[in-house]
Design a protein around this ligand. Structure first.
Ligand code: ASP
Length: 330
C-alpha cells in the first residue's frame, strides 16, 4: 500500500491533447477551459492540488522560451511555496524536449513529472485523466526524489533523458529505447526498479537561438549544412548514420562550419544504441571526431539539440562544451 502524508502538488497545465476535446466532426481542438484542471476526483484527502494554467499550447507551439518560463515557475514553487512535487501536463509531440530541458536546468530537489494524453478529454478511452492521476501519484511518492525529471504515461515511469515518443497515436507511445522504463505504476503502488547513475544540472538565465538539427541520409551532400554556415548559427546537431557516420559529400561543408567555430554534435539516427567512433573511412565516426565533431552518447537528436542549446546558453564553449554535450551516460 502506498502511504501518503498530505502533499502539496503543483499542477502546471501547458496544453496539448490532454486539455483538448473532439468536436462533432471528430476534429481534436483546444478548449478555452481545460477539462483536466477542473477534475478533483484525484486522490482526495492525500493530495492538496494547486493548479496553474500557465499555457494552453499545442506542443508544436512550445519553444525553448516557453520551457524556460516553466523552469522559472518550478523554481519559484520550490523557493517560495511549500510545494512537495510538480506535475506538468503537456502535448506529447514535444513533451520529451521540455522534460529534458527541465531535467538539465533544475536542481533536482522536489519530484517533477510530465504527462500528457494520446486521446482528448471526451474521446472513448481517453487516457488524460488516468495519466494525470498517475503523474500525481508519482510526484507525491517519496521514492521519486532524486530521480531527475520523470515522464509518466500509460502506467510507466521514464527518465526525461532517454524517453521518446515512438508512435503517432498509440497510448503506449512513450518508450525508452536501449534502457527501458525505470518504474511502473501498480494499482496500489509506485515501483522503481532502476535509476540513472549520474545527473548533471546546468542552469541558464536565458536561452539562445540558432541551434539546429539535421538528419543524415544515403547520398546526402553539404547543401543543408552549408545553408547553416551563418553568423547567427550557434550550433548544429546531426543525426548521423549507424554508429555515427556521414556520407563523404557532407565533409567539406562540415569542415567549413567547424572552421567558423560552429560546434557540430553527432548522434545516431538509429532508434537504439550509442553513437561512437568505430569506423575509420571517409566520413566514419573516427574521422569525424578527428575533424572536431563531438559524438554524443545515447541521446536522440532532439534531446542532443536541447543539451547543446543549454550548454551554449550557459556560456560553455570549446572543450567544456564538448565534454558537456558528449557525456550523457558516464
Ligand atoms: N499534437 C498534440 C500536442 O502535442 C499531441 C498531444 O498532445 O498528444 O499538442
Amino acid at each position: 500500500m502506498e502511504v501518503f502524508k498530505l502533499k502539496n502538488i503543483l499542477a502546471i497545465h501547458t496544453g496539448g491533447t490532454i486539455s483538448m476535446s473532439q468536436n462533432e466532426n471528430g476534429e481534436v481542438v483546444p478548449n478555452n477551459e481545460n477539462p483536466i484542471a477542473s477534475q478533483q476526483v484525484i486522490l482526495k484527502g492525500k493530495i492538496n492540488l494547486i493548479t496553474d494554467e500557465m499555457f494552453n499550447l499545442p506542443s508544436p507551439h512550445v519553444t525553448p522560451e516557453v520551457m524556460f518560463e516553466i523552469k522559472k515557475r518550478i523554481q519559484k514553487a520550490e523557493a517560495e511555496e511549500k510545494i512537495d512535487g510538480v506535475v506538468i501536463t503537456h502535448g506529447t509531440d514535444t513533451l520529451e524536449e521540455t522534460a529534458y530541458f527541465l531535467d538539465l536546468t533544475l536542481q533536482n530537489t522536489i519530484p517533477v513529472v510530465l504527462t500528457g494524453a494520446m486521446r482528448s478529454s471526451n474521446e472513448v478511452g481517453s487516457d488524460g485523466l488516468y495519466n494525470f492521476q498517475s503523474a500525481i501519484r508519482v510526484a507525491a511518492d517519496d521514492q521519486s526524489y532524486g530521480k531527475g525529471v520523470l515522464v509518466v504515461m500509460n502506467d510507466e515511469i521514464h527518465t526525461a533523458r532517454y524517453v521518446t515518443k515512438t508512435h503517432t497515436t498509440n497510448v503506449a507511445t512513450f518508450r525508452t529505447p536501449t534502457f527501458g522504463p525505470i518504474g511502473l505504476l501498480e494499482k496500489e503502488q509506485v515501483i522503481f526498479f532502476q535509476s540513472l547513475i549520474n545527473s548533471e544540472v546546468c542552469d541558464v538565465d536565458h536561452v539562445e537561438k540558432g541551434v539546429y538539427l539535421l538528419k543524415a541520409y544515403a547520398g546526402m551532400d553539404g547543401m543543408q549544412i552549408d545553408a547553416l554556415n551563418q553568423e547567427s548559427t550557434k550550433g548544429l546537431v546531426i543525426e548521423g548514420l549507424g554508429a555515427g557516420n556521414l556520407p563523404p559529400k557532407t565533409l567539406p561543408a562540415v569542415q567549413r562550419l567547424l572552421d567558423n567555430n560552429i560546434p557540430i554534435v553527432m548522434v545516431s539516427r538509429c532508434y537504439n544504441g550509442i553513437a561512437q567512433g568505430i569506423y575509420d573511412y571517409e566520413g566514419g565516426g573516427i574521422q569525424l571526431q578527428k575533424m572536431g565533431v563531438t559524438l554524443c552518447k545515447g541521446l536522440n537528436g532532439q534531446k542532443a539539440r536541447i543539451k547543446l542549446l543549454i550548454g551554449i546558453s550557459a556560456g560553455k564553449s570549446g572543450e567544456d562544451l564538448k565534454h558537456f554535450v558528449s557525456d550523457a551516460i558516464s
